[in-house]
Design a protein around this ligand. Sequence first.
Ligand code: 7TS
Length: 423
Amino acid sequence: MSTVVRLPEDAAARPFSPPFNVQKIRADFPILEEMARGHHLVYLDNAATSQKPRAVIDAIVGYYEHGNANIHRGVHYLSEKATQDFESARQAVQRFLRAKQASEIIFVRSATEAINLVAQTYGRVHLGEGDEVVISAMEHHSNIVPWQLLCEQKRARLVIAPINDAGELILHEFEHLLGARTRIVAVGHVSNALGTINPLPEIIAMAHKKHIPVLVDGAQAAPHLSIDVQALDADFYAISGHKMYGPTGIGVLYGKIALLDEMPPYQGGGDMISSVTFEKTVYNKVPHKFEAGTPDMSGAVGLHAAIDYLDGIGMDNIARYEHELLAYASEELSAISGVRLIGTARQKASVLSFIIEGIHPHDVGTILDQEGIAVRTGHHCAQPVMERFGIDATARASFALYNTREEIDALVGGIQKVKEVFA
Ligand code: 7TS
């Protein structure tokens, strides 16, 4: 199995020319001042959840101090203000994802809920016995289990597109799997376990040639890459606020309006209806049809602030900066004897999974923690990926826009300590 890291150039030797002042960025994130086990915190678990800038924290506090009311129902001042704030957050997400219209943006709890929504609405209507859902072998459990549930309900089949030893989707095999019974394709934009950036334009074009819609799990892409759902021609796109410097409890499903319009509701309750009698309920229009009950208003306001924050820095600048960090980290870690990188795709974003020969990843994580370095260890909710590489777990460092080369040096030092302990 390959452990070669293919980098465009010698990243470690090249002078680092960040497109923004990272120390200034770090000052925006209060939690980065924390000490962990007597050390300055080195937070490299951003794929699990990112830290929040002051602007997001302030927006949430500001909402509760000055703007809290239930939305879409009151005629009073505060309810109108809260409704405006909520709908203006929807417009911010529309611009962030470059969707055609704000009604294509549905607020949900998380990327997980967005995927379940599509499986249980679009999927429930369009799948029958013997039909197929195609996913890739590198999906997070959130983009596996909702489809398994649907397939069980419908006696349909889950079809898995294979990946190569570098952790890349094997495109020609993927294309062969798209058949007359395929009803939907669901793929991640960026793999949380491997860091692979999937070639969405090719994947979507292959599926659309056969009139198959594509759901993209963008949970790991939204914090790192500029996204344009119209240019991609994605049919559905799922994101989580908390992975992109926003709060927990808010996520987004983007869907093409023509698909959303014809999908049945996901959950029943207040706000998703136009009228209710015991005989018949008329559903509200999209997006409200999919937003039953009181939504996460403060979450939407916080997500809006996160998007403004990202816009202020620029997604292209963030991608460039993080690409440099990842290249540097890949080179530094692969130079340590006994370290094997898991996931060496040509196109990667912000995730560095690794194992150290003879040392269990949990021990690696525990010793790094003693140095104040936060990484995640385990299967990263992507057990089939682990199986593909013949391992149980990895240690995973995942980067954000506030991480630095010095923190990667600290990780390298921590790994040397781990090796000494087990020598
Ligand atoms: N899809 C991908 C690719 C993910 O990485 C995750 C979470 C999800 C979906 C689910 O997101 P949620 O916000 O709905 O939970 N991934 C991780 C991770 O890598 N470590 O902790 C959570």
